[in-house]
Design a protein around this ligand. Sequence first.
Ligand SMILES: Cc1cc2nc3c(=O)[nH]c(=O)nc-3n(C[C@H](O)[C@H](O)[C@H](O)COP(=O)(O)OP(=O)(O)OC[C@H]3O[C@@H](n4cnc5c(N)ncnc54)[C@H](O)[C@@H]3O)c2cc1C
Length: 385
Amino acid sequence: MLDDDVRQIIAATRRFVRERVVPAEADIEQSDAIPPDLRREAAEMGLFGFAIPETYGGLGLNMSAEVRLVFELGYTTPAFRSMFGTNNGIAGHVLLEGATEEQKKAYLPLVASGEWTASFALTEENAGSDPAGLATSARRDGDDWVINGAKRFITNAPVADVFMVFARTDPDAKGGRGITAFMVERGTPGLGVGPKDHKMGQAGAWTADVTLDDVRVPASTVIGGEDGVGRGYATAMRCLAHGRIHIAALCVGLTQRLLDESVAYAASRVQGGSVIGEHQLVQGLLADSATDLYAARALVTEVAAGFDDGSDTRIGPSCAKYFASEAVGRVADRAVQIHGGAGYMRGVPVERFYRDARLFRIYEGTSQIQQIVIARQLLRDAGVR
Ligand SMILES: Cc1cc2nc3c(=O)[nH]c(=O)nc-3n(C[C@H](O)[C@H](O)[C@H](O)COP(=O)(O)OP(=O)(O)OC[C@H]3O[C@@H](n4cnc5c(N)ncnc54)[C@H](O)[C@@H]3O)c2cc1C
């Protein structure tokens, strides 16, 4: 893809987000749903497949272009991005990273076009931060596999057409070894989706439990075919590294929006005869938030470049996700403070974003897990096993 094309995609996304999605935010919050016309237009713009190569029907953005696009998507309710986030990110990438060429050709175009919504089903009740401890099992039965288990907090599960399910295929293997990824289509007998969860924020983005009760699937659903057996965990970890940079970019976009809301309020709210922005203590809050924004944006941009050239696919993604998600939390907190009592009231954007932003420090690896990934890799590089 040429630079000019990328610039046009980013400019069109920026216009769409600011002119169409931002005005719909209150409605999305109230109805807990993305309006169908926004979904249709997002699909027409190629947003369900921006990270999927052009050969398979996507826009084929590399990580450096993707983060610039996601800075724009982050400027509005995270639910909008979540609608196609799993297709581009954790779920679509399971196919990209692990599937056979035949599987990629058959399924990625469905994901890239938005004809299919794909979900990534890894987390379980007793396997969150440590997904290697998952208990969902798959046992071979002739040419089929039979899957049993339960997943929870699965994004887009209520609307997903297909699930990337991680299950233990070798009960004797320890940790991540012996885990295999399967592609299970909605409607497969034994696959159940629970009611949507009641979340703190990000209304319009849905999660639910997924249950697998003697789900019988053919061997052709193993991601990567016969060679993919036992390789699911490694695939999941590669998808999460990409996903972490993506989430960090999303945090940058939301940080920009929170800063804009904060500056606009500080420049217009009058107390004691002057706008509150004239008070140096309020200026301090704005300056700290702007500094967080500049630092997070520069970090994410640099980490994306290192991911593209392959020089850093592990420490950088975790540093970016860790810093940017913590930063957007600080900035959201300051934005509420700058808005005073109004910042605590429903219907005011910064109150909604304060709740929305809280998730970023939790999913796709909590802040503590990012710290562990970063430190372990540093020590490994220093020869400590
Ligand atoms: C809205 C939402 C959407 C999600 N979407 C998906 C999805 O699409 N697919 C999917 O598979 N999962 C999804 N998840 C799950 C998410 O990835 C997990 O919730 C997350 O990884 C944390 O796991 P946990 O909730 O089990 O918390 P736990 O692992 O129980 O962690 C609880 C606390 O303990 C800390 N902790 C745990 N282990 C350690 C350790 N070794 N060292 C230090 N501290 C530790 C954690 O940092 C955290 O503070 C989603 C979650 C939410 C809330």
